[in-house]
Design a protein around this ligand. Structure first.
Ligand SMILES: [Zn+2]
Length: 646
């Protein structure tokens, strides 16, 4: 009947196949470079993506929310949804990525190959209509490619299908005169009664976009998989601690009955040996049987989507949650590997690594307990230790000094090898002489002993930013530099806030001339540590919010007062206009916070190994200290690493 149609028209004008999106993807999508896999796309390794994609075709459903970990093929699913509508239901589509680079990469390296690698889709491509930011296909499908901060500029053409990817990235939080990027994008779809909005991301914080959208979904689905031993279908979860959305560790099965969640288990905890890690298993919540990775993976292939709650209405907004335990791709869902990663980030002593694991492996948001603590919360961290007493576990004392025009705010902290910390002393010193005495002519008693004492091992002193306030012709920075050069003795080090941290918390640098117009040369240079105070503050508040059983808990001495707590609460983390977090001073007196941050920096492994280099040192001997010289200069070697022992 259609002899005069060329193949190209046949392809383009063919009526829709009435396929589901997953069927369409397996029929038409052909993987090729840059994807590692080649040949027709197969969804057997990502079975949970099938119902997620196909939900887009349910007439009642308008918004699909996918909160996912990395490496579960979420992006591949997103591309299939875009491909399906562009091919089967020609209409205006908008794809919003986190930033311009990602948008260009997605357009040229993922979207374009989808059409070009497939003999059936290739005829849709009109080269001159296929740009990085706008695509018009031969069947009149229009695709606008944008990024979060550009949504307002993307014209006003109505859109039927809008996809927002990685909505927790900073680009989505840029503040402009217009509404937020997601609302703006959604507004563009209002003329279509059958619009579809797909929002996906790895979570970041609890108040991030994806967590908010997931929480406001009418219903949330999890992929339930059958226990190879008892057959009970259940969602895969890392542990009850990170499953707070399930009350009392129980989930609702498809038949409405409540059952216990399972979890990943291994012996040896944080100190597990490689052998113990290899024996990590998934423990069935129902019968307690231990599944190895192969058994877990086979069960994932037989899974089904089950709603967390019962619903008696037709949902318009449907949420899905997929963590990396479901991944069958490569080794990413391997149980011992995940345990290994978990132990690594527990040991790293960096809350960002822990956040990274929670976000990108467990797909759960990081709860910033530290953002708004109260004075009482801070003071709850007081322990039984009186001031000026060093706990037995401590391997070193560090001090932080915030230099002000009229004097010095200081804090002294004790650290264990594992970076557990104790506030030993805080106060204010009006003169340089008193600073010298605090560091070099002062010792603290060790808990439970009469003879044993410890001195301060390392001190971080603020040198002010650039040229300080002029006073009698000498800037504060110049004054601090000169004093440090004469009195630092490889114990007291200058520090400065790092304006361009380059991802490093602490950097070593050498200053070779004085600040200011005179710029006098400093012979031999002066070592200064550049601190990313924003990262260090995050570490600090994370430690403060940790309980005694968490890694690196922080303790305050039993006489710590509200004056100290007020300083600690003097700054608050807020989003700036560029969508990035920054610390804002809300109470002028923040000096003991700064001094505490500096003292913790001095103990940090990134500061020449920090207190961790002290592991090898022998326990101090319990004997009478040698006669104390007037000036303690002979106590300290140039290494600066042994002086605290006596
Ligand atoms: Zn079982």
């Amino acid at each position: 009947m259609t002899p005069h149609w060329r193949n190209k028209e046949l392809t383009i004008w063919k009526p829709p196949d009435l396929l589901t999106i997953s069927e369409w993807a397996e029929k038409y999508r052909v993987l090729g470079p840059p994807s590692e896999e080649k040949g027709p796309l197969r969804l057997r390794r990502t079975p949970y993506m099938v119902p997620i994609m196909n939900t887009c075709l349910m007439p009642s459903v308008e918004t699909i929310v996918l909160c996912k970990s990395a490496q579960v093929a979420g992006t591949e699913g997103m591309i299939s949804i875009l491909g399906y509508f562009s091919h089967q239901d020609p209409c205006p589509i908008m794809l919003i990525l986190a930033d311009e680079d990602t948008a260009i990469y997605m357009s040229t390296s993922r979207i374009r190959p989808m059409y070009e690698n497939s003999p059936d889709l290739y005829p849709l491509v009109i080269p001159q209509e296929f740009t990085q930011k706008e695509i018009t296909l031969a069947n009149q499908t229009y695709i606008a490619m944008g990024w979060a901060s550009s949504v307002a500029k993307l014209g006003s053409r109505p859109i039927k299908i809008v996809i927002f990817d990685e909505v927790d990235k900073p680009g989505y939080y840029v503040s402009t005169k217009e509404a937020a990027p997601i609302s703006l994008g959604v507004q563009r779809t209002e003329t279509f009664f059958n619009r579809k909005i797909f929002i996906l991301s790895t979570p970041t914080l609890e108040e991030g976009n994806i967590s908010k959208h997931l929480a406001s979904s009418d219903v949330i689905y999890d992929w339930h998989i059958p226990c190879p031993f008892c057959g009970q279908y259940q969602p895969l979860r890392w542990s009850r601690k990170y499953s707070t959305e399930f009350e009392e560790g129980k989930y609702r099965a498809e038949d409405g009955t409540m059952h216990n969640l399972g979890e990943v288990v291994w012996e040896g905890g944080r100190d597990a040996t490689q052998e113990q890690i290899e024996k990590a298993r998934y423990k069935c919540g129902e019968c307690g049987a231990m599944w190895n990775t192969v058994q877990k993976n086979q069960a994932v292939e037989q899974g089904k989507m089950v709603a967390r709650t019962e619903i008696d209405f037709v949902p318009r907004k449907v949420g899905f949650h997929i963590n990396r335990l479901y991944s069958l791709l490569g080794k990413s869902g391997n149980i011992p590997k995940l345990v290994n990663d978990w132990i690594d980030c527990q040991k790293a002593g960096d809350p960002r690594e822990l956040q990274g694991f929670l976000n990108s492996a467990l797909a759960v948001p990081w709860v910033e307990k530290g953002i708004k603590p109260t004075e009482n919360k801070v003071l709850e961290r007081r322990c039984e230790l009186p001031p000026l007493v060093v706990p037995k576990e401590a391997v070193a004392l560090t001090a932080g000094i915030d230099v002000q025009k009229h004097g010095f705010y200081f804090t002294v902290w004790a650290f264990s090898h594992d970076l557990e910390s104790w506030l030993i002393q805080y106060g204010f010193l009006p003169t340089w002489e008193e600073v010298y005495d605090l560091v070099f002519d002062n010792a603290y008693q060790v808990q439970g002993t009469e003879q044993e004492t410890r001195q301060i091992w390392r001190v971080a002193m603020d040198t002010g930013g650039g040229v300080g306030e002029e006073e009698g012709g000498i800037s504060q920075t110049e004054e601090v530099y000169s004093w440090l050069r004469d009195n630092g003795r490889n114990v007291i080090w200058g520090i400065k806030g790092d304006a361009r941290p380059r991802g490093q918390k602490i950097r070593h640098s050498i200053i070779d001339k004085m600040p200011g117009p005179r710029g006098q040369i400093i012979r031999g240079g002066l070592v200064i540590y550049l601190l990313d105070t924003s990262q260090l503050k995050e570490d600090f508040f994370w430690r403060l919010s940790n309980s005694d059983s968490d890694p690196q808990p922080m303790h305050l001495h039993n006489e710590t007062g509200t004056d100290f707590a007020k300083h600690i609460l003097a700054e608050e983390k807020r989003r700036n206009k560029k969508g990035q977090w920054e610390w804002v001073v809300i109470y002028r007196e923040n000096h003991w916070l700064d001094a505490s941050i500096y003292a913790h920096a001095a103990a940090d492994p990134q500061w020449a190994g920090g207190v961790r280099v002290l592991r090898a040192l022998k326990k101090p001997k319990l004997k009478e200290p040698p006669d104390k010289p007037d000036r303690p200069s002979d106590w300290f070697g140039s290494s600066g690493g042994k002086g605290w022992l006596r």
